[in-house]
Design a protein around this ligand. Structure first.
Ligand SMILES: Cc1cc2nc3c(=O)[nH]c(=O)nc-3n(C[C@H](O)[C@H](O)[C@H](O)COP(=O)(O)OP(=O)(O)OC[C@H]3O[C@@H](n4cnc5c(N)ncnc54)[C@H](O)[C@@H]3O)c2cc1C
Length: 528
């Protein structure tokens, strides 16, 4: 497991924080914040010591002089899920959350230090049992698996308790009907019965709650690199910009372990960090981001387009950017859904890396994302075999990743396809390939490419035969990134002919903003 991150602030950073915060003292045994609190200030320790513990009282980390408390929930607003108690007389600076947010926009080096420490701390906490929310429900319950998957994608520290294996969990759900499962227990005491993703987010204090009807200049649908790129440029150039995201801000890029080829980051950057930085930047300029809200339908209008959301809200937008990206493909194998989220995954992050140490793991796919996952899992101690359909990887994978596979001992099996899964209660024991060979994998990771998330659009905008959105001359539109409907644009992986990369998605998102300005400037006065 990763070691707890204990970083220190320089004397000039402490001085800056002192200018924006309140000097306080605390005696031994005093609690600075506790599990279930709705918020807490940023705490910079001038002198003293504070211990951070979980619900069972186990110490997670101790911070001393020049150290600081806090992790991602300080920025997201999520309910506190750890307790901080003073262990030596302490003099500290308390900085209000909103003040800290503003300070991070202004002070680059402080922002770098805090953001990377918060992200590392969250990654470490995700690998520990007994922290954050408890999700109680059986493996066979698809609603339980959906909730666990949402927690994973949101990177919420959580524990999944199985009533069949844990008497305490069994007692908690004994009196519940099937329609009330899973039971979700919140840090500090609240409970939710079969919450949808929005209810869970809101109960944890995460995310903006939209009004029944919103009116904006630019509605961005999808919070991946393309959407966030548009949000940063749109909001910084004065557009009233709203981003709605169906699951988790960051999109596919946010799920990537390490992006090595993004301009400006020669040592690579984790998807989580890139997404967190982009979200902060968009908010700094005043863009609003709302999750989880999913667009369900789009009705084009003359001066405003109407987007209805699955959650019942509607957004009337003068311009709309479709940046819904793409989703992984699922192979046509029987009983796949029984294993998904338990032993079959579509992304490899810290919880999966932890789960797979010393286990036999199959990674399916011949692209760069499969290679990145295989290397990540092998580095975490898993025995990894990468299976792919073609004769050679060099057609579909970057050479540096082919070299990394060899370096980290990943076995490569060409011309292989999975035909059947074997196991019980979602726990995989082996897979049979279509050539009849059986391989004893306990976990499988699938990276089979992606289909565009555009079905909800039906024929409102022109799409190609694979569902990708047509733009520019292909759509009979004037602007390069305009769809067949004036004032509705597409950018990133959902757009036909786009280059499926982070940098190009960000670039397209930013470019759309110029078209939006031109359209709004030419709109008749009555429509402004
Ligand atoms: C594992 C992995 C590793 C990768 N590594 C690299 C790399 O190293 N370098 C690189 O350049 N590229 C990499 N890529 C590709 C890169 O991540 C994508 O090209 C990029 O994320 C596309 O951005 P996007 O904004 O167009 O779409 P996405 O990132 O797919 O984001 C779209 C967002 O829209 C949301 N959405 C979908 N439908 C709706 C709806 N109806 N309502 C609301 N929201 C909706 C989705 O939930 C999603 O968050 C990687 C991809 C993966 C999966």
């Amino acid at each position: 497991m990763a070691a707890p991150v204990s970083r220190v602030l320089s004397s000039s950073q402490l001085a800056t924080l002192a200018d924006h915060g309140e000097q306080r003292t605390a005696e031994v045994g005093e609690t600075l914040f506790a599990i279930g609190d709705h918020s807490y200030p940023f705490v910079a320790i001038v002198d003293g010591e504070v211990t951070v513990t979980d619900a069972a009282g186990h110490e997670i980390v101790r911070h001393g002089t020049s150290g600081f408390l806090g992790e991602m929930n300080l920025l997201s607003g999520q309910t506190v899920f750890l307790t901080a108690v003073v262990t030596k007389p302490t003099h500290y600076i308390a900085v209000d959350r909103e003040v800290l947010r503003r300070l991070l926009f202004e002070d680059g080096s402080l922002s770098d230090l805090l953001l990377s420490a918060f992200i590392e701390r969250r990654e470490m906490l995700q690998q520990r049992e007994g922290i954050g929310i408890e999700i109680i429900g059986p493996r066979e319950s698809s609603e339980t698996r959906r909730t666990v998957e949402f927690a994973r994608r949101m990177r919420l520290p959580h524990s999944w308790l199985l009533p069949a294996e844990d008497p305490r969990a069994a007692a908690l759900v004994e009196a519940l009907t099937e329609s009330e499962i899973p039971l979700v227990r919140l840090p500090g005491g609240g409970e939710l019965r079969r919450p949808n993703n929005g209810e869970l987010s809101r109960a944890l204090g995460i995310g903006l709650e939209l009004s029944e009807r919103e009116e904006v200049d630019l509605l961005v649908i999808g919070g991946g690199p393309a959407g966030l790129g548009a949000a940063v440029y749109g909001a910084s150039e004065g557009l009233d910009t709203l981003v709605i995201e169906g699951t988790v801000l960051g999109g596919q890029a946010g799920a990537s372990r390490r992006i090595e080829n993004y301009l400006g980051f020669p040592a690579g950057i984790s998807g989580t960090e890139l997404a967190s930085r982009a979200i902060n930047q968009a908010r700094k300029f005043g863009a609003r981001t709302a999750t989880p809200y999913r667009a369900r339908s789009l009705e084009p209008g003359i001066d405003r387009h109407l987007v209805r959301l699955e959650e019942g809200n509607e957004v009337a937008a003068r311009t709309v950017l479709l940046a819904t990206g793409a989703e992984y493909r699922r192979p046509p194998v029987a009983d796949l859904d029984e294993y998904e989220g338990i032993s079959i995954f579509y992304a490899a992050g810290p919880p999966e890396g932890h789960l797979c140490a010393a286990q036999r793991v199959g990674v399916i796919g011949g692209g760069n994302s499969a290679a990145q996952a295989a290397v990540w899992l092998a580095r975490g101690g898993a025995l990894v075999t990468l299976l792919h359909r073609r004769a050679s990887l060099s057609e579909t994978m970057s050479q540096y990743l082919i070299d990394e596979l060899e370096r980290y001992g990943v076995a490569v099996r060409p011309q292989s396809e999975v035909g059947a899964l074997h196991g019980e209660e979602g726990r995989l024991k082996s897979v049979t390939l279509t050539d009849g060979v059986e391989l004893p994998f306990s976990f499988l990771f699938l990276f089979l490419g992606a289909s565009p998330c555009t079905d909800w659009l039906s024929d409102v905008v022109a799409r190609d035969s694979n569902g990708f959105i047509l733009t520019g001359p292909d759509a009979g539109a004037q602007g390069l990134l305009e769809t067949s409907v004036p004032g509705i644009y597409a950018a990133g992986d959902a757009r036909a002919g786009s280059i499926k990369r982070c940098a190009t998605a960000v670039g397209e998102g930013a470019t759309v903003v110029q078209f939006v300005h031109a359209r709004l400037a030419s709109a008749p006065a009555s429509h402004r």
